[in-house]
Structures are given as C-alpha cells and as structure tokens.
Design a protein around this ligand. Structure first.
Ligand code: ADP
Length: 353
C-alpha cells in the first residue's frame, strides 16, 4: 500500500492527491477490512473505552435508566472528528444494552426502500447505527422522522390519484447517528435525538494508554517513553495512533527484526514514511512552505488550496487544526499566517517546495 510513497516528491501535487495519508483521520482501506488486529483494538465494554469521561458517565446513566425501565436507549447522536471512536461507542452501547447493532452509512441509503428495509429488519430494542448521518437524502430523512418519534413508518404507495397511505408499526429501536458535521444536520432530524454527545480529541495520556493496550495485544514491547512519544504525534486521534503503531510494527519486524520499540526506532520508522518528529507529513510541510513563500502576507484559504491543488475544506479541517495546535499557524481575519515558530521549523527542513 502506498501511504506516502517514497518515489513521489513533495512537488508532485497531482500524484500526492491520490495518496493515503498515514496521519489523516479518515479511514483507509486496510481499516475497512475485517482485520483481526483491528477488531482487537476495539474495547469490549464502556469501562475499557479510554477517555471521554463526561460522555461515558452520562451515557452510563442513560443506559442504566433504560435497562431499569426496560426500554430502548433514546436515539443518540455522536459528533466529532473521524477516528475518535463514534463507531466503537455505538457497538459498546449495543453491547451494554445487550442487543445487536446494525450498521449502515448514509451515502449507501439511496432510495426510500433502503431505509424501509433497514427499519423493517430491526427487532425490538436493537440499535441501528447510521454513520455520516448528515449525508442522508431528504426523502430518507423524512421517513426517519415518524420512525424515530412514533416507531411508525408512513409510506405512500402508488402515485397520483391511485396513491394510498400505509402505516407500518416498527419495533422500538435506538438510532445512533454519527457525524463529523453537526451543522449540516437539519434541525428536525437533530431535534429527534434525545441524547447528543460530542467526542473530543484525546489527551496525550489517554492516547498513551490506548497505544500501550494495543501494543500488548499485538505483542509489541513499547516502553512508556516510546508510547508517550507516539501519543504526542497522533493528533489527539486513536485511529491515527493505532495506524502509526501498525506501521511501526511493520518496520520493526521487517527492517529491524525486533519487537522492542524504542523512541529511536519510532523516529526511524516514521521517517521511512516521510513523517517527521513533529508528526507532520509531506502535505503539512507543503502547506507550511507555501505560506513561508508568501513572505508573511496573510493568505486566504482558497489561494492556499489553489496553490496546493487541494480541497479547501480538507485543509481547513484536517491539516490546519494540528498546525495551529503546534503553534505554527494562526488564522487571522485577513487570512492564514505562519508564526515565527512555524517559519523557523519549515526553514530548518530540507524539503523543497
Ligand atoms: P469513528 O467512528 O469516530 O471514525 P472508530 O470508532 O472507528 O472512529 O475508531 C477508530 C479506531 O480507534 C478503532 O480501531 C477504535 O477501536 C479505536 N478507538 C477509538 N476510540 C477509542 C478509545 N477511547 N479507546 C480505545 N480505542 C479507541
């Protein structure tokens, strides 16, 4: 798999656009597979789910109350950046409710009959998880309103004068919606969720714990310093932390023939994927180089996107937050500006833009 391919220079934007980013939080193909290692990484109980303490405690109360009342959990909306654990939480909720979790993604629910089929296939108390719920089309969304509110499907059969309305009762179920774009969900849909929870980025200590647990599962020997180092460059995101760890394992097994992972080995492994000690990859560095070339003039996001031949929303939501967090970039009303720290960093690098 070409993640950050070594034969693609930082200048080759058209080729780079096709690459998969190791430090991007979006799912990559190997993570879609039913890969045992990846399943291992999913915690089995809410207690084992690391971090998100406030969210977990309010979910715990809601789950216990539902179990006590012998009712399904209220419809739940989970929002936050990709890779923070929304899908994992949906499975854990179903597990804690002692029921099944059926999974669908909104773009795959194209026709009304797709959502009707999903709803009719549910049994009493089951969980229906819809990922990227902000991408549901209007017809599907409207069918969901009565399904969520009254556990009822109002269908129109036939057309024009021959059209008839039919109501089908549904079992009581819990809809768990996940989204990275809360603002794109229509108000009527949002209002039908009884519980809405934001998943925050993880602290270094929480990520370190996730990394340590996973390294034990995949039989790697990582000391505290090494886990913490990896946590620091994982952008607050478990998916990135675990993905980097798997790539480090590849390097350790193939190049170094070892299971012992030191800070130095992590550095070498990540360098081989063109990720530097700050956890920046070639796209991040191109972004910084581009701004540096603009001689400290605030630059609009669209100009940067045009300069890098990239998508402005990708830069805004995926690349910039981490650069801001590192203190390399600031957003001003007139545009993006490199800080002195960012300038020093990029000028100390050998990458050519
Ligand atoms: P999302 O649905 O938000 O994109 P996922 O639930 O697919 O994210 O999580 C991505 C990966 O990170 C999975 O392998 C998952 O097991 C792991 N993960 C996420 N959150 C946690 C956590 N709090 N503790 C342990 N592992 C986690």
């Amino acid at each position: 798999m070409a993640i950050i391919s070594s034969n693609v220079g930082d200048n080759d934007f058209s080729l780079r656009r096709k690459e998969l980013r190791l430090v991007g939080s979006k799912i990559i193909p190997e993570e879609k597979l039913n890969n045992n290692n990846l399943n291992l990484s999913r915690p089995n109980t809410l207690k084992e789910f690391i971090g998100q303490e406030k969210l977990k405690s309010s979910l715990r109360i809601a789950i216990d109350a539902s179990i006590y009342r012998k009712e399904p959990l209220e419809h739940t909306l989970l929002h936050g950046q990709p890779g923070l654990g929304k899908t994992t939480l949906a499975f854990l909720i179903a597990q804690e409710m002692n029921t099944k979790c059926r999974v669908a993604t909104a773009p795959a629910i194209e026709r009304p009959r797709d959502i009707v089929g999903l709803l009719l296939g549910l049994k009493e108390g089951e969980v229906l998880f819809i990922d990227e719920i902000h991408r549901l089309n209007r017809l599907t969304e409207e069918l969901l309103y009565s399904a969520m509110e009254d556990f009822r499907l109002d269908l129109t059969i036939g057309a024009n004068r021959g059209a008839r309305c039919r109501t089908i009762n549904l079992p009581r179920f819990t809809l768990i919606g996940a989204t990275t774009k809360l603002a794109s969900i229509s108000a009527p849909l949002r209002d039908r969720f009884g519980i809405s929870q934001k998943i925050e980025f993880y602290t270094y200590d929480e990520l370190k714990k996730i990394i340590s647990n996973f390294s034990l599962l995949i039989n790697l020997n990582l000391d505290d310093e090494a886990s913490y180092n990896l946590a620091k460059i994982s952008r607050g995101t478990p998916r990135i932390a675990l993905r980097l760890l798997r790539r480090i394992r590849d390097y350790a097994q193939v190049v170094k023939k070892t299971k012992v992972i030191s800070v130095n080995l992590i550095k070498k492994a990540l360098n081989s994927y063109q990720i530097d000690e700050k956890g920046l990859d070639s796209l991040d560095r191109q972004y910084l180089s581009f701004l540096n070339q603009n001689n400290n003039i605030p630059t609009g996001l669209d100009s940067i996107a045009a300069g890098l031949s990239d998508d402005s929303s990708m830069l805004e939501f995926v690349v910039e937050p981490y650069l801001i967090q590192l203190g390399f970039l600031i957003r001003t009303p007139r545009g993006r500006l490199l800080t002195a720290l960012g300038k020093k960093y990029i000028e100390s690098r050998n990458d050519n833009f």
